[in-house]
Design a binder for this molecule. Structure first.
Ligand code: NOJ
Ligand code: CA
Length: 568
């Protein structure tokens, strides 16, 4: 009897210890103080299009500096500037010919230092865009590499002999055609995952690795707070050059569809990221990854097994989903399931503007506000795209001859290129949207006359003022900054509802994602909260402003309701 009793006690003790251990392992967002980038709001600037200070029709660093007050008032903590390094601009800066300078079109290093200093005064950090996978074909490294088979930098790029009078294998460029370019002078092919003018660096060469690590350090010493790493997936290719599996059908460029099995996300990528992180850690810098994945679970390895790779791999999958409560709920659940710090993105310079993408053609402004509410109240760090806060709209070129982005000319009309999402920032309803006194490099949509900073600031119901309120709330609310995410009403097909909850604070977020009025009920005793009284923090629906209970809500189409709740 006594023996059986001690055995039971022992088992109970073991269970208790095991339970404690599991709890300790589950990372609670409340557990540790947060590194700066987890509480920051990031904002992507496409420098060609933000603000032109010298009338040449192209945005520049001094233009960005002139708009820091705007960014600060908006509630931005860090700006990621798409590549502003010297470049022939074949891929609008993603073809870098010197990693340690500024393209004269954008200014000088002195302008950069000034921007950095002014940024610090405004509490805004600078993130640069590091194109790690490839350089321009005009970079001195490549000029040397292509000069002869025995050139010192020949092995800095990927040179191979052809096969059967053709390229070495079936690899296809992401930007159309074979990924191999014949070089008549040295009678070999070089590999380029993107444009012909963007030869891939050979990351298996330690000298390349050292050069890229050195570049990051050079900028950290200048005060840069981190990098957005371009195309990290493509750093390595199979060294045996195995053919990629061919899938049925063709893509928008008319090339056979292939699975990038031997050209994307090779395990060696992680070693490179660990190295970049080691350098970043010396400067408390952040690494943001351009991590396109097939599913959310594939994001997990980019954080690193020992949290020693990217602090912020971007969840770009959200940009592919349609605006729907069940679709987003499922996605958020998947993001939460990986147990890391999420990084949400709803738009960037490579994809159709969020206003158009999520919009239904009739209620796009309301949907833009609903998207903002979700994007800025989820657990994690948001990365905004300039102009989304205004409801800026895509402006695709109407004719092939107007296209500036080379993939648009190649893939026309199926692929119109990316000019449409890269139009100048709409500052006012003045000529050229107040972006330039010259001729803008890219066409501005007529809608700028109402969707612009100056006019929206005056309108309390504008998308811009909605963003400003959300960002201010997020900044001041501990539950929104650090709280756990808890899904509510998980079977509701129309209304997305969730809690953000810390030990002491709780916020409920309710978003009607449908075009019809909806009623929702909440019983929150299981969550140890009272549904009433509730203090409305922010809502798009005037009748809910003075609402004092979250027990039952009658929501107008696309309405957003955010309220603070009290503990039981
Ligand atoms: C991803 C960038 O976002 C895109 O704009 C660019 O064309 C490719 N990488 C190649 O650098
Ligand atoms: Ca300019």
């Amino acid at each position: 009897m006594h023996g059986r009793f001690s055995a039971t006690v022992l088992i109970l003790l073991i269970l208790l210890v095991a339970l404690r251990a599991t709890r300790a392992q589950r990372k609670s967002p409340d557990a540790a103080p947060h590194p700066w980038y987890q509480h920051a709001v990031f904002y992507e600037i496409y420098p060609r299009s933000f603000m032109d200070s010298n009338g040449d029709g192209i945005g520049d660093l001094n233009g960005i500096a002139a708009k820091l007050d705007y960014l600060k008032a908006l509630g931005v903590d860090a700006i990621w500037i798409a590549p502003c390094f010297p470049s022939p601009q074949v891929d609008f800066g993603y073809d870098v010919s010197d990693y340690e300078n500024i393209d004269p079109m954008y200014g000088t290093l002195a302008d950069f230092d000034r921007l950095q200093k002014l940024g610090a005064e405004h509490g805004i950090k600078i993130i640069l865009d590091l194109v790690v996978n490839h350089t321009s074909d005009q970079h001195p490294w490549f000029l040397d590499s292509r000069s002869s088979r025995t050139a010192p930098k020949r092995d800095w790029y990927i040179w191979r002999d052809g096969k059967d009078d053709g390229p070495p294998n079936n690899w296809i460029s992401n930007f159309g055609g074979s990924a191999w370019q014949w070089d008549n002078a040295t009678k070999q092919y070089y590999y380029h995952y993107f444009y012909v003018q963007q030869p891939d660096l050979n990351w298996r060469n330690p000298a390349v690795v050292e050069a890229m690590f050195g570049t990051t350090e050079w900028w950290y010493k200048r005060g840069v707070a981190g990098f957005r790493l371009d195309a990290v997936d493509s750093l390595y290719e199979d060294s045996a050059l195995k053919d990629n599996p061919v899938l049925p059908g063709t893509n928008d460029f008319g090339d056979p569809k292939i699975e990038n099995k031997y050209t994307q996300a090779l395990p060696e990528v992680h070693t490179a990221l660990q190295g970049l992180r080691t350098v970043a850690n010396k400067y408390n810098a952040v690494l943001i990854g351009e991590t396109w994945t097939d599913n959310v679970a594939q994001l997990k390895p980019y954080y690193g097994v020992a949290n020693d790779e990217l602090q912020m791999p971007m969840d770009l999958l959200l940009t592919k989903l349609k605006f729907s409560a069940p679709v987003f709920r499922e996605h958020i659940d998947a993001v939460e399931a990986i147990g890391e710090w999420p990084v949400f993105v709803i738009g960037n310079h490579d994809i159709v503007r969020s206003w158009n993408r999520y919009g239904d053609g009739q209620h796009n402004d309301q949907i833009a506000k609903a998207m903002a509410a979700m994007f800025l109240t989820l657990r994690g760090t948001p990365i905004m795209y300039y102009g989304d806060e205004l409801g800026m709209q895509n402006n695709d070129p109407a004719r092939r001859e107007d296209v500036k982005d080379p993939i648009g000319r190649l893939g026309w009309p199926k692929e119109k290129g990316r000019d449409g999402e890269r139009t100048p920032m709409q500052w006012s309803n003045d000529a050229n949207a107040g972006f330039t006194s010259g001729t803008p490099w890219n066409a501005i949509p007529e809608t700028y006359k109402t969707y612009n900073v100056a006019d929206e600031l005056k309108d309390p119901n504008s998308i811009l003022n909605w963003y400003k309120q959300l960002l201010a709330l997020r900044r001041s609310n501990p539950a929104l900054l650090d709280g756990d995410y808890l899904a509510l009403n998980e079977n509701d097909p129309n209304v997305l509802s969730y809690l953000r909850k810390t030990k002491n604070d709780a916020v409920i977020v309710v978003i009607n994602m449908s075009a019809a009025p909806r009623t929702v009920n909440f019983k929150l005793s299981k969550q140890r909260l009272n549904a009433k009284p509730a203090q409305t923090l922010l809502t798009t629906q005037p009748s809910l402003r003075t609402n004092s209970s979250a027990a039952q809500l009658s929501l107008e189409p696309f309405a957003v309701y955010i309220a603070a709740l009290n503990k039981k």
